[in-house]
Design a protein around this ligand. Structure first.
Ligand SMILES: O=C(O)/C=C(\C=C(/O)C(=O)O)C(=O)O
Length: 289
């Protein structure tokens, strides 16, 4: 593992919040183990191993029922670790893969059979080299027949430039981590309002209200991120997802306590109805329908 990154919490607290039956951790990863599932040679970071067994034990510890496992850049387009975890979990997990344009229809079908229901387009420059937009459009066309959606990961300064591309995608689009707003600017700043307006004007665009641990300027207190998460839950209650982001790659400020992350949920989704939509109904509609 890269020396300057922190590992995941070895002993996360038991959350006080009781998740509703069927609750989904809709953004998490499996990494390695490297001796079985080596990391991609072109990766920009090397994480600590984080196994499917550890992920599923965390799911149970946090009182959740299901996972959506997302391919991370450290494994590139080698989805073997993801597919192995999906095949172990059966109906308790679904996946989001990263594919290249040369993938065969047979491999896509095998991924669907294993539980993959989307692909991820990563635009975060510290994580990946840039991919030509036409390559992504080609992949988007390839996955339509499978009914898959597209997860996108970008940082707030890149949003304005990405909007015309996003509008070319006629599937459901799920934005990771609220498009990573700069929480020092406030929810009314034009940058975050640009993101809010994008969802208001495009009902095919969803967002994960996740990663306060990455966005906060006052770790491990996440209160500066809660207003952003809550605004999106209240404005778009049927188009939000929540995830732990375990095992929290590339963290340097602190080691997030996954139990504490779960206990943020009632602050951002203050009613049982909002919690049901965020944790059960929305992920079920997108990944288990
Ligand atoms: O895990 C996350 O969602 C966030 C990060 C990494 C990735 O998503 C990835 O490597 O694909 C990050 O911000 O470093």
């Amino acid at each position: 593992m890269d020396a300057d990154y922190l590992p995941f919490h070895p002993n996360p607290s038991k959350p006080a919040f009781k998740a509703p039956a069927g609750a989904v951790d809709a953004h998490c990863h499996v990494f390695g183990p490297a001796d079985k599932f080596p990391y991609h040679p072109k990766r920009k970071y090397t994480p600590c191993d984080a196994s499917k067994e550890q992920l599923f034990a965390l799911r149970d510890h946090l009182g959740f029922s299901r996972n959506v496992i997302v391919q991370a850049s450290c494994h590139g387009t080698d989805n073997a670790a993801l597919l192995d975890a999906l095949r172990t979990a059966g109906d308790l997990a679904r996946g989001v893969a990263v594919v290249d344009p040369y993938i065969t229809d047979e491999e896509l079908a095998r991924m669907h059979e294993a539980g993959v229901r989307g692909v991820r387009f990563n635009f975060v420059k510290r994580l990946v080299d840039s991919t030509p937009r036409e390559v992504f459009l080609n992949i988007a066309a390839r996955i339509k027949k499978l009914g898959w959606h597209i997860v996108v990961y970008f940082e707030a300064p890149d949003l304005a430039d990405l909007i015309p591309f996003l509008k070319q995608l006629d599937t459901v689009i799920v934005v990771d981590h609220m498009g990573r707003p700069d929480v020092t600017k406030g929810v009314e700043h034009e940058d975050f309002q640009r993101f809010v307006n994008l969802l208001a004007e495009n009902t095919n665009i969803w967002t994960k209200v996740s990663c306060p641990e990455r966005l906060t300027q006052q770790a491990p207190d996440y209160s500066d991120v809660v207003p952003y998460m809550r605004m999106l839950v209240e404005k778009f209650p049927d188009r939000v997802l929540w995830g732990t982001d375990w095992p929290h790659p590339n963290m340097t400020s602190h080691v997030p306590d996954d139990g504490q992350l779960v206990d943020v949920i009632p602050e951002i989704a203050p009613t049982a109805e909002l919690q049901q939509a965020l944790l059960v109904d929305n992920p079920t509609r997108l990944y288990w329908s």
